[in-house]
Design a protein around this ligand. Structure first.
Ligand code: AMP
Ligand code: GLY
Length: 406
């Protein structure tokens, strides 16, 4: 099979890495890809939002499957454009991707599907959570425990120029549950937990994610399967009933509250960095279920999760999440790999032969071992080998979960 992978982040590098292990893969292409992906396949300078350019590329390559990584092209309808032209696509069309692109739409679908979610509030009064109703790269959510935090959040949220939602503030352990979907069937993948806040101790602003780990001790495989039955499947049914079936990866962000799991958000794609912890734990092949989902034939396909644990630590630019960095030389990637870790490129570029920074989140470093503790040690030993000016990372990824039993 020839696969065209769309995107350029750590998630796409992890997808490329896993897909490359499939004997059925003949050629891997990426648009635009990144220097890590370029070690595994051919990168083409086409932007993820350029539907026409992607269609031309898919036709030129005679691609059998197009896998769309990021949310922006999905919400913009790139999957529709490709699908209408006869390309087999893993990724939802614009109408189904609204489950991520519009938080009010997601709430409406969840209510219709009877899925337990955080309650919407009509008045902004602390404690509460303020959410920008649109794509904000994981940064448009403000958890307000005090009136002062709420005032600051109202000011910051106004700058997005989108509608606002107010929600009850839920307490509990946060988990991410993923399912591959073909419009009707949902196939669970290993659950993960990501660290959204910038700084240790879950302090600082929300980011796209500073690290992740899998498995989540509080969520053994049978509970993951239960959540997929009570959350993902009803949402799939509701979207299909509306004539907008969801084909792709449906990602539910949940809070495990004392009253049971509550959905905080949906994403219409693989999580980043969660994918970098999840795919190393997928023992079975990835290409087959992605192709089967795209073809609407997921029934009967199975996945197998390994007993290993994986911990991913994101190494970001000093100014992330407000800004990023470009052109600064990065040292130590080979040394980090030599230490036994997987190093996924997230925001990198090549200047000549030199690897340089090119984004906010620069690299994802994943340790895989038989326990979370050993995986964590491996990841941090490797992170210690990576160096560029003002690099930052959290030092407590998976720290709270170490020692807990699934
Ligand atoms: P979201 O993009 O909706 O997942 O929100 C980003 C982060 O904000 C989540 O991962 C949670 O840490 C936090 N959050 C969102 N909604 C709530 C809520 N209702 N209660 C508590 N925390 C929340
Ligand atoms: N890490 C959070 C996300 O991918 O949305």
């Amino acid at each position: 099979m020839k696969v065209l992978l769309v995107g350029s982040g750590g998630r796409e590098h992890a997808l490329a890495w896993k897909l490359s292990q499939t004997p059925a893969l003949d050629e891997l292409h990426a648009a635009p890809g990144n220097p890590g992906i370029a070690e595994l396949g051919a990168c083409h300078p086409v932007r993820p939002e350029d539907g026409e350019g992607l269609l031309d590329l898919a036709h030129d390559l005679d691609a059998d499957l197009c896998v769309i990584g990021p949310e922006a092209p999905l919400v913009a309808g790139v999957a529709d454009e490709l699908r209408h032209a006869g390309v087999s696509v893993f990724g939802p069309g614009a109408a189904a991707a609204r489950i991520e692109g519009s938080k009010s739409f997601a709430k409406e679908v969840m209510a219709a599907a009877g899925v337990p979610a955080a309650r919407a509030l009509s008045v902004a009064r602390a404690p509460c959570v303020l959410k920008v109703d649109g794509l904000a790269g994981g940064k448009g959510v403000f958890v307000c425990r005090t009136a002062a935090e709420l005032d600051a959040a109202l000011g910051a949220a106004a700058s997005y120029g989108a509608g606002l939602l107010i929600e009850e503030l839920l307490e509990g352990e946060e988990v991410s549950v993923f399912a591959l979907c073909d419009g009707r069937e949902a196939l669970p993948l290993p659950a993960a937990r990501d660290a959204k806040r910038l700084a240790d101790g879950d302090l600082g602003p929300n980011t796209g994610g500073m690290g992740s780990f899998s498995p989540v001790p509080a969520l053994p495989a049978h509970r993951v399967a239960e959540i997929v039955e009570t959350v993902h499947r009803p949402v799939l049914e509701e979207l299909a009933r509306r004539g907008t079936p969801f084909v792709g990866l449906l990602y539910a962000g949940l809070m495990l509250t004392d009253d049971g799991p509550r959905v905080l958000e949906f994403n219409a794609r693989f999580g980043d960095p969660e994918t970098q912890s999840l795919l190393p734990r997928l023992e079975s092949d990835l290409l087959e279920p992605l192709a089967a989902a795209a073809a609407g034939e997921l029934g009967g396909v199975e996945t197998r999760e390994s007993a290993d644990a994986a911990v991913t630590v994101v190494v970001a630019a000093g100014s992330y999440p407000e800004g990023g960095d470009a052109g600064t030389p990065i040292d130590g990637v080979q040394e980090a790999r030599a230490a036994g870790a997987l190093v996924f490129h997230a925001g990198t570029a090549l200047r000549g032969e030199r690897l340089v920074t090119n984004g906010g989140r620069i690299l994802g470093v994943t340790g895989v071992a038989d326990t979370l503790e050993a995986a964590r040690e491996l990841a941090y030993a490797a992170v210690g080998r990576i160096a560029f000016p003002e690099a930052r990372h959290r030092s407590d990824i998976a720290a709270g979960a170490v020692g807990a039993r699934a």
